[in-house]
Write a protein that binds this ligand. Structure first.
Ligand code: ADP
Ligand code: MG
Length: 703
């Protein structure tokens, strides 16, 4: 085959990985770097210089000309400013230079990134600092090859202005808490790492159609569009044969990701037409977050090369499924033990049950924060829409595991099939059947064999936020349990008591039924579970006292950082809605109304012509269509007028960002829906040749 590629040879060729580092660095420096990465020592300037030179030489040998501090501001996207390596000499020649100082710290002019009041405008400086725990890589685009250094981004006064700083801090918090409690159980480890495998869903559409849709172009989703005669009801796309054009794209995408050392593993057609999924093999939460961003970027770039556009929006099309991101999460020790794997020996089982209890308690206690971490204007269209979990957080454990917890709580004996009894710390747990844990696809937080899968996250979102909440809340509960265990005389008996208390106090969060079912919501309310339906309902949670207490205690966020995030996310929400409202109004007035008017005029003239030839002809059918079109025109014009008034009012509310967001989420969304209803109706009765936009049929079925 012409496209033959030796995967083993190219894998990681654009990644300054552990292997490359070991090969390129003097032994002593390499050993020092490993200690720096493990947080055991600080990075010295001398070591940084040596690493910088090795990195530069490696990058230049591959053809790189520039370097950048690559960071993740609170826009949810990534940012980069390229500098070339060139350093002119007096004689007019140049040297290629890159110092340790340039590697460690950067100072981008950061005045245009959202800061939520964390930085005075006159003090626009922001700093980027090398994140040694995520490998540098070479990014290939039309500018050439650029050495990208993953960095954290913070203000002059040290506040986090990005997604990475809190994530790293939360990983530290959960590691510390886990190491401490494991020690009490007799397991000595140095570090526990949160591991994450994000499954990424996306749509592909033809670029030519995409560019004729102002809504897709500017808002990422369609604000008009009626369902074609066929949607996803036949389920013939899911896992179906991958079309050639898409396969070409996937092949190029895989090659690029593999070169970056990103382990793209699974690819398939998703439920909606022209919807797809890519899943990598898991990494540490921090590296997985960086790599998920890179994956989304690569998807967009490579789709464009194939004359397509990759849509990451959570709901590009009404009426078919939107896209999400399953955040598979677990904790692993540096000795290679997955703490969420029910083990085969008594010690591992005790650990497993204790960590399981901590997660259940953490998710129940901090459910509103977890829900908030998946909140965005786009994701509001999915959650609770019978295609994604509802906005209520619950946990799916599977029957076997729930029964085990129930029995522990009741003080009943747990037996395996052979009749052997289980006692904490003494015997092994009955083995859980491997296929029994993942039958439920409707749960927002499901235990799947040896990890939890958080299924609420939107396809366009950074996974940093959800993992910050998971890591920190679990760290908090583990810390609580540690205090109990430290006071206990019999550790195994205390673990049993903790699991028992956890189940008795928090079993309301465990739900094995259908999360999409209408009957679940009143049931959840009866259980006292929070139902924060929209982004705007959930955003304030972040700055409430319990949240401030949690995050400041574990040094993940300061109060100011939390308040800034509520402001930034509220504003981002309003801005997105404002763009959508503008588009709705403009597309209606400038495109739909003229097109329909032309059609009405054609029809009217045709009736006049017919009557001129055949005065007695029956034209009541045409007349009724003209009537419908005319009603539609009148309706869309009236509703646009209301939308414009509501939009203008929204803009006056900017003094209170949360109030403004609330107004958008209610009044503006309703006014947009009213306009859309007329627009979509008109699309079904207007000449396709005259309709100003490519249809859902074009977008969803043609590739
Ligand atoms: P599915 O959800 O489709 O059944 P899999 O169970 O194969 O898929 O895994 C989905 C994702 O979970 C993959 O990215 C995989 O690497 C990741 N995963 C597997 N084990 C772990 C773990 N211990 N920690 C975090 N993620 C994991
Ligand atoms: Mg999954």
């Amino acid at each position: 085959m012409s496209n033959f590629l030796n995967v083993e040879e190219i894998y990681g060729s654009n990644c300054f990985s552990e292997i490359v580092m070991k090969e390129k660095l003097p032994k002593t420096i390499y050993k020092e770097m490993v200690k720096v990465q493990n947080g055991e020592i600080e990075l010295s300037k001398e070591t940084a210089d040596v690493v910088a030179t090795a990195m530069k030489d490696w990058a230049i040998s591959k053809g790189a000309t520039h370097f950048t501090h690559w960071f993740q501001p609170l826009t949810g996207y990534t940012a980069e400013k390229h500098d070339s390596f060139i350093d002119p000499d007096e004689d007019g020649s140049i040297m290629m230079e890159f110092s340790g100082k340039e590697l460690i710290k950067g100072e981008p002019d950061a005045s245009s990134f959202p800061n939520g009041g964390l930085r005075d405008t006159y003090e626009a400086r922001g700093y980027t600092a090398w994140d040694v725990s995520s490998p540098a890589f070479l990014k290939e685009d039309k500018t050439g090859l650029t050495l990208c250094i993953p960095t954290a981004f913070f203000s002059y006064t040290g506040e986090a202005l990005d997604k990475k700083v809190p994530l790293l801090k939360s990983m530290e918090a959960v590691s510390k808490a886990s190491v401490k409690i494991l020690k009490l159980l007799g397991t000595d480890v140095k570090k526990v790492t949160a591991s994450v495998g994000p499954e990424q869903e996306y749509f592909l559409v033809d670029k030519e159609y995409f560019e004729k849709r102002p809504d897709l172009l500017l808002a990422g989703r369609t604000v008009f569009g009626g369902l074609p005669s066929k949607g996803q009801e036949m389920s013939d796309h899911y896992f179906g044969v991958i079309k050639d054009r898409v396969a070409d794209f996937m092949r190029d995408l895989n090659h690029e990701l593999w070169r970056l050392g990103i382990s793209a593993k699974t690819q398939h057609n998703e439920v909606a037409p022209n919807q797809f999924e890519l899943a990598p093999i898991y990494d540490s939460a921090n590296v997985a977050t960086d790599r998920n961003q890179l994956t989304m970027e690569a998807m967009k770039r490579i789709a464009s090369r194939h004359g397509m556009v990759a849509l990451m929006h959570e709901k590009p099309f009404a009426g078919v499924n939107g896209s999400g991101k399953h955040n598979n999460w677990s904790l692993a020790t540096d000795t290679g033990v997955n703490l969420l794997s029910p083990g085969t020996n008594p010690q591992e089982n005790t650990q497993f049950l204790l960590f399981l209890a901590a997660i259940i308690e953490a998710v129940d206690t901090y459910a509103p924060l977890l829900r908030m971490s998946a909140a965005s204007a786009g994701n509001d269209h999915r959650l609770g829409g019978h295609e994604a979990p509802p906005a209520v957080i619950s946990i799916y454990l599977g029957k076997e595991l729930t029964t085990i917890l129930e029995k522990i709580a009741k003080g009943e004996v747990i037996e395996n099939k052979a009749g052997e009894k289980f006692e904490m710390g003494v015997n092994a747990l009955p083995a859980l059947p491997k296929d029994a844990t993942d039958r439920n696809r409707t749960s927002p937080f499901a235990f799947t064999i040896n990890k939890f899968e958080f299924r609420m996250v939107g396809s366009n979102q950074s996974i940093a936020g959800p993992n910050v909440v998971l890591n920190t809340s679990v760290a908090e509960i583990l810390t609580k349990y540690t205090t109990r265990l430290e006071k206990a005389s019999d550790v195994n008996a205390e673990v049993t008591a903790i699991v028992k208390d956890c189940y008795n106090n928090h079993n309301r969060i465990i739900f094995d039924g259908n999360g999409y079912g209408a009957e679940w919501i009143p049931e959840a309310e009866k259980r006292g579970l929070a139902n924060l339906k929209t982004t705007v309902d959930s955003l304030p949670e972040l700055a409430k006292d319990y949240s401030v207490e949690l995050f400041t205690k574990h040094k993940v966020f300061t109060k100011a950082e939390l308040e800034a995030r509520v402001a930034i996310y509220s504003e981002a929400y309003s801005q997105q809605l404002n763009i959508e409202a503008n588009l709705t109004s403009e597309m209606a007035i400038k495109h739909i109304v003229p097109a329909v008017t032309e059609y009405v005029s054609n029809l009217t003239n045709s009736v006049i012509d017919i009557k001129a030839v055949l005065p007695k002809a029956d034209t009541t059918g045409q007349e009724s269509l003209i009537g419908e079109l005319s009603d539609g025109l009148s309706g869309i014009l009236k509703t646009v007028k209301v939308l414009n008034e509501v939009k203008a009012k929204a803009l006056t509310l900017e003094d209170n960002l949360l109030e403004q967001a609330k107004f958008y989420s209610t009044e503006v969304i309703k006014a947009m829906a009213d306009v859309r209803a007329f627009g979509d109706k008109l699309e079904t009765i207007t000449d396709k040749e005259l309709w100003p936009f490519p249809s859902y049929e074009d977008l969803l079925f043609k590739l």
